[in-house]
Design a binder for this molecule. Structure first.
Ligand SMILES: *Cc1c(COP(=O)(O)O)cnc(C)c1O
Length: 399
């Protein structure tokens, strides 16, 4: 093991070699059923043939130019994203944090060009995750991610999701620019917000001329069984939306989508990116979009989610001393653990299953949308074996 990597990750003791579908194999030939999917990123599993073909073909034609040229793949993918959403315009980035950063800048710029420079405050919620740039950590406000990095940036306000009065009061203030929210909190522990809550927030923002930003970096691109999580509900669409993760299915691609109105301040020179939307990224992004946005893929994801929840609810009933609660939406599934979530993840690994951690002592299951019914059954049975082992080791009274 090298000492030359910055120690910001507690890495699982698996040295990865290759992947196929839902299966991940290490350098010694051992395989795991992968319900991490690069944290909800490999939405079509590992080595999907359409994505491999798109990347390979583009690699021989053109890798990179600059956004000072017209890039056909960008125009195609922007058209597709706009046709499938509330948005009129798209800016391509390389990551979720950059998509969030673009959204935050766009919101303030909108008010500035409207002659309302005082509108700078962005309201975010406890339990959110928006990425690791200064803007993103301040918008989410998770103390663990902001402490030690100097003063908090001005212009960011944190509320709890249940603080209805606080929300109404803050959105009404003449200094508020935007509200940012994940329709389904991912890293915070697979917490799905209700349609009523999202609709209420939408109406409140509209009423006060405040922009609504959805961070669908994790819950978007088919993860919940709709292309975008807010599309489960009428009258809940945002003005600006951040995407990444499954947008490139593992190739780094992000996007910031917006209405024509919300984006009106972003004139030439206002923002930019060297790599964002380069031809390689767009080749993969277009191929991924075509598969993920198809009704067949989304219907399959919904059916597999149903199968998972049925199996997991029964599992939680059999092992209430291990699993407190099953929650989330679609294939963004959270198990709130009664035992230590990190210890449970290690135990699952020993039983051939990879799961992700999450806030609120959760374990997250984020399988590819293409997981089969048999693989869902296999995942639940490996979880059952893990629960039995957890009862013997993690829950055993200290000797
Ligand atoms: C992962 C994530 C981000 C950050 O994405 P990066 O690509 O790691 O910068 C932002 N928001 C949400 C909801 C995420 O899940």
């Amino acid at each position: 093991m090298t000492d030359h990597l910055l120690g910001v990750y507690n890495r699982a003791p698996i040295t990865v070699a290759r992947g196929q579908g839902v299966w991940l194999t290490d350098t010694q030939g051992r395989s795991w059923l992968d319900c991490v999917s690069g944290i909800a990123t490999n939405a079509l599993g590992h080595a999907h043939p359409a994505l491999v073909a798109a990347l390979t073909e583009q690699a021989g034609a053109l890798w990179h130019v600059s956004n000072i040229f017209r890039i056909p793949g960008q125009e195609q993918l922007a058209d597709k994203l706009a046709a499938a959403s509330f948005a009129d315009t798209v800016f391509f980035t390389n990551s979720g944090s950059e998509s969030v950063e673009c959204a935050l800048k766009m919101a303030r710029k909108y008010h500035a060009v409207n002659g309302e420079d005082a509108r700078i405050d962005v309201i975010g919620f406890a339990g959110s995750f928006h990425g690791r740039t200064y803007g993103a950590i301040n918008a989410a406000g998770n103390p663990a991610y902001v402490e030690g990095f100097g003063p908090r940036l001005p212009g960011y306000i944190q509320l709890t999701l249940d603080d209805e009065a606080g929300l109404a009061r803050h959105v009404a203030r003449p200094t508020t620019a935007a509200v940012i929210v994940e329709p389904v909190q991912g890293e915070g522990g697979a917490r799905a917000l209700s349609g009523e809550w999202l609709q209420h927030l939408r109406a409140l923002c509209t009423h006060h001329g405040v922009l609504l930003i959805h961070d669908e970096v994790q819950c978007g691109m088919g993860r919940t069984g709709k292309l975008f999580a807010h599309q489960w509900f009428e009258d809940a669409a945002p003005d600006i939306m951040a995407l990444a993760k499954a947008l490139g299915c593992g190739f780094p691609v992000g996007a910031c989508l917006a209405t024509k109105e919300a984006s009106r301040g972003m004139a030439p020179g206002a923002h930019g990116s060297t790599f964002g939307g380069n031809p390689l990224a767009m080749a993969v992004g277009n191929a991924a979009f075509d598969v993920i946005a198809s009704e067949a893929t989304l219907a399959h994801a919904r059916a597999m989610a149903q199968a998972f929840f049925t199996g997991l609810d029964a599992l939680a009933t059999r092992h209430p001393d291990v699993i407190h609660e099953v929650r989330g939406k679609g294939l963004l599934i959270g198990l709130k653990m009664a035992c230590d979530n990190r210890a449970f993840m290690a135990l699952a690994r020993d039983h051939g299953l990879l799961v992700a951690g999450g806030g609120d002592n959760c374990v997250r299951l984020l399988p590819p949308l293409t997981i089969t019914a048999d693989e869902v059954t296999e995942a639940v049975s490996r979880l059952e074996a893990t629960c039995l082992a957890a009862r013997q080791t993690l829950l055993a009274p200290a000797a």
